[in-house]
Design a protein around this ligand. Sequence first.
Ligand SMILES: N[C@@H](CCC(=O)N[C@@H](CS)C(=O)NCC(=O)O)C(=O)O
Length: 220
Amino acid sequence: MPEGRLYIGNRRYSSWSMRGWLAVHLAELDVEEVLIHFSRPGPTEAIGALSPNGLVPYLEHRGARVWESLAVCEYSAEIRPSLWPSDPLARAHARAISAEMHAGFLGLRQSMWMNLGRDFAGLGRTPEALADVARIEAMWAETRQRFGAGGPFLFGAAFTAADAMYAPVVTRFLTWRPEIGPDTRDYCAAVRAHPLVNAWYEAAAAEPTEWLLPDYENAT
Ligand SMILES: N[C@@H](CCC(=O)N[C@@H](CS)C(=O)NCC(=O)O)C(=O)O
């Protein structure tokens, strides 16, 4: 019998669910997965009825109740400490960039939302979104230079909680295709090829067409 439940939203759109799901799978928590597809106009009532903040991801595990994707990463890392880098300086950096993701990049999130099934190349390029893209590229480059020896991920060979926090940004770069440098492209390719990220994409592609939301399917 599973030791709890992980509630997520549509895989095609729910970037925060993807982060929580990746962390829970990296830690190999034994949980039943419950997908509540979004209803519009939101917020989705069924999510509001069970999750303390009315949002997904929401994890229940061995009596713990955990909401907010970054808290789900931290909880998963308590069970499987290798979710964060072992070196204290690298770990501090991983936490800092993960917190920056959790708290920010509104320009990118608003103009280049997650949609795993579309090609919006060239669209969404507001000044705010492009400023976020530039900051993220610089941060990834600095992180990989300082801590990523052996690559291909931010902290080297292992896919960490920080990579989980940025995986939905990678999907945005693949969907909206802003101008990015070769190192960023390499990192995006490595994240996209990770088996868990690939599994998430495949499950997203299998979602029923009735779950498509016009607001997220049309871009200018
Ligand atoms: N800060 C939260 C954000 C979670 C969030 O915004 N989740 C969205 C989906 S990506 C949601 O649950 N939306 C409910 C709805 O659209 O009805 C976190 O890090 O988990």
